[in-house]
Design a protein around this ligand. Sequence first.
Ligand code: MG
Length: 382
Amino acid sequence: MTIAAIIVAAGRGTRAGGDLPKQWQPLRGQAVVMHSLQTFATLPQIKRIVLVLHPDDLERARALVPASVTLVTGGASRDQSVRNALEALTDQAISRVLIHDGARPLVTHDLITRVIDALSTAQAAAPALPITDALWRGENMAVTGTAPRDGLWRAQTPQGFDFETILQAHRSHHTTDGQAADDVEVARAAGVDVRIVQGDERNIKVTWPGDFARAAEVLQRDAMDIRTGNGFDVHRFCAGDHVWLCGVKIPYARGLDGHSDADVGMHALTDAIYGALAEGDIGRHFPPSDPQWKGADSQIFLKHAVDRVAARGFVISNVDVTLICEQPKIGPHAAAMCAALAQIMGLEIGRISVKATTSERLGFTGREEGIAALATATIVSA
Ligand code: MG
């Protein structure tokens, strides 16, 4: 099957409010019609895309739409617009065509694939959802009657067809009773059977001003990406008179041995952030074999990890560090450590936790041979 998609965006719909036709109004940073266009363009089965537009929108579209998309101007009616797009595809050896309403920005690959799959055994297939609400007639905000909902469906797009079949149906369609509501109506007028495939509640048609907010919410949920990383580090005690822990200098009878300043808490935290990004660890970004990091301030490592979070389009949601040692006592310094990390990371202090535990005098931390640190970091797509 060589499949083409036609995205119909030639209407001047103004019920949605605003100065621009609804398909060109912004939705989470790009025009409504661009969302579904990208969804079709990223499905490998779709070999050609035609965008049908109003002549007034041609210039706008040329600036936004990839050159691989064919632009066709629409006609006086929806039928005529689709017909123009079909005629533009006649020399492209297309076997199936999907016709989609440009005002449905939330269409998914799953839904498109369901329609394509149905076309392997049907001449026409379109998504729909059964009506579950009761149906009334009403006038002047009063109920004047009820209607049975049995067998009623809410039609969606993309509607899929054998290419020759829908081309001939459109060529022979006469709009004596006003234009067809959709291409299924055109197909049925030509005697074509249409199979119903399962629609999708999220595939709404942006019609009223409130629909933009609903669509934006769905897109935001789609984009939400939450990741967690953990870090672990150990440094042994050596001769000295202070240790650096989470950016705070603590006077102590010994020091911590390490290539850098040996801030074990900050190292674990930095590794947790790299872990959330799946970008390795401190050693990968700052090799211990490189003499320039000898005695380095560990803030350099932490700041680098924090910058990588921003560069990857995330924000840090929270971090949690646990220091494991018998001595020095961490409690009196924990608030200062949170404040120091907050400043280094540019993060509000309520999102930073530093706490401590002992290992009940067991193991190397129990024998006071060194300090261990664990950390967790959670990052969220911005
Ligand atoms: Mg370390």
